[in-house]
Write a protein that binds this ligand. Structure first.
Ligand code: ZN
Length: 423
């Protein structure tokens, strides 16, 4: 059976693809807190079972946020035709909060022209729908394929993926003995292959002081002034240093093609008054001040070195300020990851994009992380990419949408990847 027969099977499922995406968007799987996870997994399980797939429903008991009120459910479906490689499509089923500014019903999945609107439309229920239709179309055109197709819908990607892909990876679901190729249909656009992402280090820095009456600050020691000195040192030394660190990773947007640092928050002294409070503040010298750093690092950098740069900033301040003490604590860290351009799933996807869209793909790297980190670090699987329909800049925005033609085209690409890898 030729590729054109497979493509025809996808085209024939266009209405089904629209309906499937709409059904998924209409289940409001908001995270936090983690609503309706069981319902979306049941919906998908029923669909896959009816078509002869084996299905597992797995609750990530004990993972962050898991409770009887908000259980962390995951679904893994498998269609096996005996020995051969396994191609796995992984999509997260959770969506972020709605936020303000919508002109459409965020869970209405309204179809208007080529667009389906709703929270999660592009990130990433459109991608889940496209991968399912791709697999079903391929299996219909090539019932005697070699190997296994897996589709998972997993929890909590938006909050780190610990109740989803990380939990499954720890239980061997992404071990290289079981799974050889992974595609995550995140909204990277139908003509781009996302090879990986930069690394992340989040750290909290706290400076210490001594409380005293604000009218006699010389009797205390201000943690806020100490933090001010830290921020000055960061401005004078760290930012210029980071600007010199460029990467060969094809990160998009271009501005993220270097090391970056964001100061997420600063808190010092008295707590913020409650909204609407008319009370006056009390005069006190701040005895502590905290900042949270969000450092994104490159595949050319070592995490130890990234941490050492911040330690050096703090030590320089300590050397010149009397009474300066601090604590530093890592909150979160993720290594950068990047598949090789000649990895099998990359080459196969590139060829499929060329066949369907008649153009060469762009290779990109994401500025922020997604579930590929767990597949690489815990699952030890490098042959993994993100590829799927939708525009990344629409993710998490009001009036989020996914294009029907984009979904259909990327489903065709994914179906041809299956034909190539499971032939
Ligand atoms: Zn996503």
């Amino acid at each position: 059976m030729s590729d054109s027969a497979i493509l025809a099977q996808v085209t024939a499922r266009r209405q089904e693809l629209i309906g499937l995406a709409q059904d998924l968007i209409r289940i409001p799987t908001l995270n936090p807190p983690g609503r309706e996870y069981r319902r979306i997994c049941d919906y998908l399980a029923e669909r896959m079972l009816a078509q002869g797939w084996q299905v597992e429903l797995l609750r990530a008991t004990g993972s962050p946020g898991d409770s009887d009120a908000y259980p962390r459910w995951n679904m893994v479906a498998r269609l096996s035709r005996g020995p051969g490689p396994c191609v796995h499509f992984n999509g997260h089923h959770d969506v972020v909060e709605v936020g303000h500014g919508w002109t459409r019903d965020p869970f209405g999945a309204e179809l208007d022209g080529d667009r389906i609107y709703g929270r999660g439309a592009c990130d990433m229920k459109g991608g889940i729908a496209a991968s399912i239709i791709a697999a079903e179309a391929f299996a219909a055109a090539r019932p005697d394929f070699r190997g296994t197709i897996e589709i998972s819908a997993t929890a909590d990607e938006e909050t780190g993926g610990y109740g989803g892909v990380a939990w499954l990876a720890e239980r061997g679901y992404f071990s290289p003995e079981k799974v050889q190729h992974v595609i995550i249909p995140e909204p990277l656009h139908k003509d781009r292959i996302c090879l990986g992402h930069r690394g992340v280090w989040w750290a909290e820095v706290e400076t210490h002081g001594r409380i005293a009456h604000g009218s006699m600050p010389f009797l205390g020691d201000s943690a806020i002034r100490h933090m001010g000195a830290v921020l000055e040192e960061i401005e004078a030394r760290l930012y210029p240093l980071l600007a010199t660190k460029r990467t060969e990773m094809p990160v998009v947007p271009e501005g993220a093609r270097q090391s970056t640092l964001n100061i997420n928050s600063i808190h010092g002294g008295e707590a913020e008054p409650e909204l609407g409070s008319t009370a006056l503040p009390a005069p006190c010298v701040a005895d502590r001040c905290r900042i949270v750093l969000d450092r994104r690092f490159l595949i050319e950098e070592q995490l130890d070195q990234v941490k050492a740069e911040v330690a050096e900033v703090l030590e320089r301040v300590r050397a010149r300020r009397s009474g300066f003490t601090y604590d530093i604590r890592t909150l979160f860290e993720v290594q950068p990851t990047m598949a090789d351009r000649d990895a099998p799933v990359v080459k196969s996807t590139a060829a499929a994009i060329e066949a369907v869209l008649h153009r060469l793909p762009d290779y990109v790297v994401s500025p922020g992380t997604y579930d590929q980190k767990h597949i690489d670090r815990i699952g030890r699987l490098k042959n993994c990419i993100a590829y799927g329909p939708g525009l990344l800049h629409l993710a998490h925005q009001p009036d989020e949408w996914v294009g029907v033609q984009d979904m259909e085209d990327s489903a065709k690409v994914m179906a041809l990847v299956l034909a190539d890898l499971l032939d």
